[in-house]
Design a protein. Structure first.
Length: 202
């Protein structure tokens, strides 16, 4: 991968994470939500909105794009609050977040075919980010999903009775129509006109 291609990939990925340099400016600004001891600022919200909009524009167009944009903007702050809560929960649940972050960075380097962390740090610097900040952004994306998997997915279990009940109540889903495959048809033509027998069979 060329340095220019790697830089483009880094820029796109940083945008998707909402990790814009504007969100790091140390200025007094409007607070739109408080999540325990953390705040979500107007700049944070705008950065997240920009990332969401860019992602939708890449994959959609027309009325569907307009619909998804409207839905996304309406739920954007709620989703940000939910992920902050899940992140805080994850910080209490997982004792080795730093190692998890290092693993995420290593996987990102391998996937993006970047030479090493030194090159990644240089590319991130072009976006106004440090490696530590980038690692934090990766964790903020991954940890909420891990929390949901642990607290929800790990507790969902379907017993034999539920399986049997579903099978009993939805027989059509498990019914395979009878089929027959004919490889050869033998017509007995003794004492009859062969052409007539073929016509009758067809």
């Amino acid at each position: 991968m060329t340095a220019r291609a790697a830089a483009r990939r880094i820029a796109c990925f940083v945008l998707l994470l909402g990790a814009l340099s504007a969100a790091r400016a140390e200025v007094l600004e409007e607070i739109v939500a408080k999540v325990n001891d953390e705040v979500i600022t107007k700049t944070d919200l705008e950065a997240e909105d920009q990332a969401m909009t860019a992602e939708l524009y890449r994959s959609l167009s027309g009325p569907e794009l307009d619909r998804r944009l409207a839905e996304g903007k309406a739920m954007l702050l709620r989703r940000m609050i939910d992920r902050r809560l899940l992140m805080q929960r994850g910080e209490r649940m997982f004792t080795e977040l730093d190692k998890m972050g290092d693993s995420l960075v290593d996987r990102f380097i391998d996937y993006q075919k970047i030479k090493d962390k030194a090159e990644l740090s240089r590319l991130l610097a072009q976006e106004g980010l440090t490696l530590a900040e980038f690692k934090r952004r990766l964790l903020e994306q991954q940890v909420p999903d891990e929390v949901l998997h642990y607290e929800v997915g790990g507790r969902v279990a379907v017993g034999d009775k539920e399986v049997e009940a579903y099978y009993r109540d939805h027989p059509a889903e498990f019914t395979i129509p009878a089929e027959a495959t004919v490889r050869e048809i033998v017509l007995l033509t003794e004492g009859t006109d062969p052409t007539q027998r073929r016509t009758e069979a067809e």
